[in-house]
Design a protein around this ligand. Sequence first.
Ligand code: FEO
Ligand code: CA
Ligand code: CA
Ligand code: CA
Length: 649
Amino acid sequence: NPTPEPTPITLGFESIAGSKTDAIVVPPGYSAQVLIPWGTPLNDLAPEWSENLAFTPTIQENSVGMHHDGMYFFPLSEDTASNDFILALNNEYIDQGALWAPQNGPTAAPRPADEVRTEINAHGITLVRIQKQSDGSWSHVKNSSYNRRITSSTPMRLSGPVAGSDYVITPYSPSGTMTRGTNNNCAMGYTPWGTYLTCEENWPGYFIKDSGREKDDDRLGIETGHGRYYWETAAGDGSEVNDEFGRFNATPTGTGPSDDYRNEPRTFGYVVEIDPYTGTAVKRTHLGRFRHEGCWLGKLVEGEPVVFYSGHDSRNEYIYKFVSAKMWSASDESKVGSSYDRLDVGNSYLDEGTLYVAKFNDNGTGEWIALTPDAQTPGGSTLAAELGLGADDLAGIIIHTCDAADIMGGTPMDRPEWASVDPASGMVYMTLTNNSKRTEENTAATYTNGGSAIEEAGVGFSTAPTNGPNPRASNNGGQVVRWLEASPGATEFEWEVFVFGAAASDTDNLSGLTDMNQFASPDGLWYDQRDGEQGILWIQTDNGYSNVTDYTNDQMLAVVPSSVAGESNSPSIVDGRDQSNLKRFLVGPNGCEITGVFANADKTAIFVNVQHPGNWPSVKDATVETAGSVRPRASTVVIWKDDGGQVGV
Ligand code: FEO
Ligand code: CA
Ligand code: CA
Ligand code: CA
């Protein structure tokens, strides 16, 4: 079924200059509004936020969480899809200074239980109903029955191969089918059946294991000594089964996994599917266990598998693809406005299938390598045998996803962050944000692929040589790679680097960027869908590279890719290195990163997140570089065109 060629579009705004103020800057003719900053009450159980508000577990559980990241919208009816929806929003981590500002906290370890409960409740996901007002501005609907928090203590089911296995037996769930909480929800994804996918990224930093460490603990970087916020030091309710905070200490102390929390970290590292209409969450283990940045739907084709791409955001880690066993049927598309069990549809597509790791060849081709127990390794064995697992131990393969990918020869990448797919062509774009741990080819003495000689440094390999899609030895700028496959379930692809980040003055400014579109550390990414038209690829940054930060704060750019759709059955990637069409659309306030992006259904408003701002949005003076300190609040920002037209064009 060849896809009709979409109508070409061009960007309808001029690139804006860089900015280093405590303001959101957008092109002339656009307006920007702060929406649902951290601490906004979702209902009457929480007071209005103020500079002096002292947070409690109850207040934070009934307010918007902290450090907004990936997000997406879920309409309540087809008719009102563009102006009334549930916003699902990740709250990745916290700024303890801002959270505890009125009390000059946080309190040193051992942490008070209610402080830890408050911090746990600031993490996770916020579900909140958002509406456009008659004056054109936007507001959340306080006390909506759709407003909910899912936090790092919310009970949820494990599903897929790991569920019910010995790997995830805990005192809380001796059957290994339940866990509590989701953590470090960075980027996301969404399914065609109307659910949200939230992804657990830097969760290993919240768990400690001082002895009895197993190879996945070291490979993923479970901490020793203390966790990121010392949650494990708080005294809980005294119940060993619940062990509210002790569960963050995975050091074996008992007689087995049902007697202590040695397995608690193995219930994290997953893609979590949420029904945004009910708030029910389930961890989909078949999509792999690692530091998941996000999870993005591939091109949907009737009668073909449903596929999702995800990246492991650590230096020299991998890109993965999950291919469903069940073939896509449009009858499973979300029925907006109807009430039914969307997670049941999710069970059928996300719990059975095959997980693959990407191998990029230097000649522009690539292959997906299956991570199955019986996969034949380069060493002539089976993957299960080489990992020391039982012959049919798929759960073990998932628990050790990264080790499996090492053995099978995946290509170590420059920190994979977001992906997005051109829904017409199926072209997949992915940001590779930067990498300080690359060496020139042949100089990485510690790196070999496909064997036990790999140095396991906890967070990715300590070093890796440059390779085709990761060609710069000291990569400050990052790049966006793209690839195309003949069909969703294909095991081969063709790839190229779409654009290299750099400062305009850099000697390795490989894409010829200028002041007006220089960027580094691409992170957020979204290819918007426009009916019958080409879409816009939005690129966001999370940059600390001084050659660019000297010029501008973090930003969002837009580009209409020069390669267009209709090629899905004959991969033919044209040269995408002419980036004169890459334009800067937005610059954020000091200290922040810009992350999270979607536009509403009719493309009249685009939503982005400002994470970890320094002194914003209660700005003292947005026109000067240092405006004085305020209690900062991560926030969503909605931007619209003053003439009411579609954003970007
Ligand atoms: Fe939470 Fe890789 O960004
Ligand atoms: Ca990110
Ligand atoms: Ca970040
Ligand atoms: Ca980042």
